[in-house]
Design a protein around this ligand. Structure first.
Ligand SMILES: Cc1cc2nc3c(=O)[nH]c(=O)nc-3n(C[C@H](O)[C@H](O)[C@H](O)COP(=O)(O)OP(=O)(O)OC[C@H]3O[C@@H](n4cnc5c(N)ncnc54)[C@H](O)[C@@H]3O)c2cc1C
Length: 431
């Protein structure tokens, strides 16, 4: 097939879905593919909390896209931000130029939902990307250094951490903070009294891990409470001004550091007509992941809203769903090339899990329908996440880091790299 008769697929986003689709269509004779991402690497979000807590380096959970496709004959990588999708003209506009397409696949994931609270958004820390995880790490370390300088004034405020959102990310983060407080901080900062460090996990609904069974939710809460985390459910945060977290009932608590993992919105690029979006900014798609009423536009993963009778609120926003949808779509593109009909994506619930800390995790299995926690659950979580990482080198380094941490109880990357203050050239010149 010559270059001209090949169809051009533009894939937006090299996350779990976009990357898997591109890999499965690598060197396919019927398609040329442009894979566009604002980063030149793939990031493994499930381990972001370990970057934020200085247990892993950012490079351990990131993989350069050009390396993955270095031998590809049909895939081009473009590291640029999508600024507009021009649906009528089949064109994607980016900071780095325009790309016309025959087929468009939107796989731009999810972004943090602040529920329209701009004041709060300015002050809290989200954690959806490697960059945001690094910001959390730097701020955290800076707060500890500041607390040493000002000790004993303002210590509780500088050290205390509030995590808003009791889903898997909030549970993982608060458990990891509790371990950090117990294991490594007293050695690294002997000047400070860590009994003043409070860790709060706040959740608006009545239970943690809302998507898991009650048994797992109760177990997770018990583990966290034992580890010294104050868990508050049915607690709605109304406002945060950088010092005080104010609740709906008017009460408040004080902390200089609030992490917001309380909600997500579809990360849809600008230009898509509102009629194609849900209230949560996801793209309405059919069971083939085709965007409703646009035949050559598809959506995968967190940005896609697929409504079925069994799942009226859409499918769970999980890496496994993103990957399975991408596999189905790759097969459909291969079928289209052979002029065969395309097949629907059928969601299979593979269960869910969350880790809380050393030897502590919770797992909900589907078949058999059981829930369990403890060491076995923790071991399954660690093994699964290790194998989901891309690249043998990353897996090996992460494994070594985990073993090191398990036996030494130390954070590996508690380095604070602040940007240097540039000396103005004019400063040194004689007047
Ligand atoms: C902290 C955290 C922990 C998680 N833990 C788990 C877990 O343990 N298990 C699990 O199954 N799921 C977990 N998830 C959810 C899982 O990561 C997502 O479901 C999955 O990443 C969705 O894949 P995706 O391909 O749709 O989007 P993503 O993987 O988010 O990829 C989206 C890509 O699009 C790019 N992009 C976005 N906007 C633009 C733009 N305008 N221009 C160019 N590029 C753009 C981004 O850079 C990114 O590479 C976690 C998520 C987070 C945030």
């Amino acid at each position: 097939m010559n270059q001209l008769s090949r169809k051009h697929i533009v894939i937006l986003g090299a996350g779990f879905a976009g990357l898997r689709l591109a890999r499965m269509l690598n060197n396919h004779p019927s398609y040329t593919i442009t894979l566009i991402d604002k980063n030149n690497y793939h990031q493994f979000q499930p381990l972001l909390y370990q970057v934020a807590l200085a247990n892993l380096d950012a490079s351990n959970i990131s993989f350069p896209l050009r390396n993955i496709f270095k031998r590809s004959r049909n895939i081009s990588i473009r590291a640029t931000t999508v600024t507009e999708i021009d649906v009528p003209n089949n064109c994607v506009r980016t900071d780095g130029g325009d790309f016309n397409y025959d087929f468009l696949v939107v796989a731009t994931g999810a972004t943090t939902n602040y529920f329209g609270n701009v004041k709060l958004e300015e002050k809290v820390f989200p954690m959806k990307s490697t960059w945001e995880a690094l910001q959390i790490r730097n701020t955290l370390l800076q707060h500890f250094e500041n607390a040493v300088l000002t000790y004993p004034t303002d210590t509780e405020n500088q050290l205390s951490i509030v995590i808003v959102g009791g889903g898997p990310t909030g549970v993982e983060l608060s458990g990891a903070f509790a371990e950090m407080k117990r294991d490594s901080l007293p050695d690294e900062y002997p000047e400070l009294d860590f009994s003043k460090m409070k860790i709060y996990l706040l959740e608006g609904s009545g239970k943690l891990l809302g998507n898991m069974r009650s048994r797992s939710s109760v177990m997770a809460r018990k583990y966290l409470t034992q580890m010294g985390v104050t868990v508050l459910t049915n607690t709605f945060v109304k406002q945060y001004d950088g010092l005080k977290v104010i609740f709906n009932d008017g009460s408040h608590l004080e902390s200089a550091f609030v992490i917001w993992v309380a909600g997500v919105l579809g990360n849809t690029p600008p230009g898509i007509p509102e009629s194609l979006l849900t209230k949560t900014k996801q793209l309405k798609t059919d069971i083939y992941n085709r965007v409703v009423s646009v035949d050559n536009m598809f959506a995968l993963g967190d940005v896609a809203f697929v409504e079925t009778t069994q799942h009226p609120k859409g499918l769970p926003q999980l890496a496994s769903v993103a990957v399975d949808q991408a596999k189905n779509m790759a097969n459909n593109f291969k079928r289209l090339a052979k002029e065969q009909t395309i097949l629907p994506y059928v969601y299979v619930n593979k269960g869910s899990m969350a880790t809380i800390g050393r030897n502590k995790a919770v797992v909900d299995l589907v078949r058999p329908a059981i829930s369990f926690g403890g060491f076995i659950a923790w071991f399954i979580w660690m093994t699964l996440h290790l194998f989901l990482l891309i690249g043998f080198k990353n897996r090996l380094i992460v494994f070594i880091n985990w073993v090191y941490k398990y036996f030494t109880h130390r954070q590996s990357f508690s380095l604070l790299f602040n940007p240097p203050v540039k000396k103005q050239k004019s400063d040194s010149r004689p007047m």
